[in-house]
Design a protein around this ligand. Structure first.
Ligand code: G6P
Length: 372
């Protein structure tokens, strides 16, 4: 009913709107006054965490994309090698695991069979397992050594939105916690990141308040035969997530690419008018990342693409190559997916609605897949 949807047309729109609160709830009670991070139901000692020499993140679908983002943060902060793998692949390829491996299983429902089987396999090999989950008391957290609940509240729409953002926040907290326990990050550095995380809910409110142009753009593009998404660094998993949302909801062909990989093949797909959504990192970030993607945008545009650029407020360098610009509030590079994902959620939701599809219950999909 309309009341259940809190005045929104779809559960998905309600859940997109709930993201600021959901993130605040993920953060709530997790931080001590000295900026240390507390996990729930931890049956892992600090010594266990200090012994970790490798992290594997296993998950499916949207949760897998949150793991891809987490890798950048975890490796950067902790200096522990971190691999991310689809749970269904991990389980069947004989991964190298032992007592000093930390396997992080990410699952909104806590019941996804592929992820559960990956977790059981990891435990059988003596790895430690930490779950990131939105559903209290579900199977995956019950079988894990430690749990960080996202506390995002129930997610009804099949396409995941607030669960994804809260998974990202949980991953950041785990990265910070590991780094602190192991002495890789000083309290003041961790404190500065936490301070930025605490500002995220308000920034998302600001972003959502100005989201209408994205809806208009989505309606204009509803008949496109394909939509491509490109990004670099943490913008790459965001591009994958943007493409997944469009496939799930609008039943359109969509693909996400690492922008640097375009020239090695995918650029051949670009035709006159092909929409290309470009996820641009902050110009303030280190390492020339921003310049590199600006030239990637230039390349696709020169081949006829219609470019839709998601960039940080104040980034004027993208303007000459952008057919459409969507600005998001400023935030440190590693946290940027908490901003840049949102226009892509709204974009997919609106195209699906414009094409007459059931946004909350897409065909052939289930909210939780309990078969392998
Ligand atoms: C299903 C859903 C996806 C979800 C995936 C993983 O395929 O349709 O939206 O991302 O399962 O679900 P989980 O509950 O493990 O996060």
């Amino acid at each position: 009913s309309a009341a259940e949807k809190g005045g929104h047309e779809y559960f998905m729109l309600k859940e997109i709107a709930e993201q600021p609160q959901a993130i605040a709830d993920t953060l709530l009670g997790r931080l001590t006054d000295s900026g240390e991070i507390m996990l729930d139901e931890v049956r892992l000692s600090d010594q266990d965490l200090r012994d970790v020499d490798k992290v594997f993140i296993v998950a499916c679908g949207t949760a897998y994309h949150s793991g891809l983002v987490a890798k950048y943060a975890i490796e950067h902060w902790t200096r522990i090698p971190c691999e991310v793998e689809l749970a269904s692949e991990f389980r069947y390829r004989d991964p190298v695991l032992d007592r000093s491996t930390l396997v992080v299983a990410i699952s909104q429902s806590g019941e996804t069979m592929d992820t559960l089987m990956a977790l059981r396999h990891a435990k059988a090999q003596k790895a430690r397992v930490l779950a990131i989950c939105n559903t209290n008391g579900s199977t995956i957290p019950r079988e894990s050594d430690a749990v960080l609940y996202t506390h995002g509240g129930p997610e009804i729409a099949v396409a995941s939105t607030k669960a994804f953002l809260t998974q990202l926040v949980a991953c950041y907290l785990i990265g910070l916690h590991l780094a602190q326990v192991r002495g890789n990050l000083y309290a003041d550095e961790a404190g500065a990141i936490v301070e930025q995380l605490l500002k995220v809910p308000d920034k998302i409110r600001e972003l959502l308040a100005g989201i209408d142009p994205v809806r208009q753009l989505a309606r204009d593009l509803k008949a496109a035969p394909t939509v491509l998404f490109i990004g670099r660094h943490v913008g790459y998993p965001v591009a994958l997530e943007g493409a997944l949302k469009l496939k799930e909801l609008a039943y359109m062909h969509a693909e996400g690419f690492a922008a640097g990989e375009l020239k090695h093949g995918p650029i051949a797909l670009i035709d006159q008018g092909t929409p290309v959504v470009c996820v641009v990192p902050s110009p303030a970030g280190r390492g020339m990342l921003h310049d590199k993607i600006v030239s990637n945008i230039q390349e696709v545009r020169a081949r006829g693409a219609r470019t839709i650029v998601i960039a940080e407020e104040g980034d004027t360098a993208v303007l000459p190559y952008a057919d459409h610009v969507i600005y998001v509030p400023r935030t440190p590079t590693l946290l940027a997916p908490l901003m840049t994902t949102i226009p892509l959620q709204v974009f997919a939701c609106e195209i699906a609605a414009a094409r007459g599809h059931d946004v909350d219950q897409p065909r052939n999909l289930a909210k939780s897949v309990t078969v392998e």
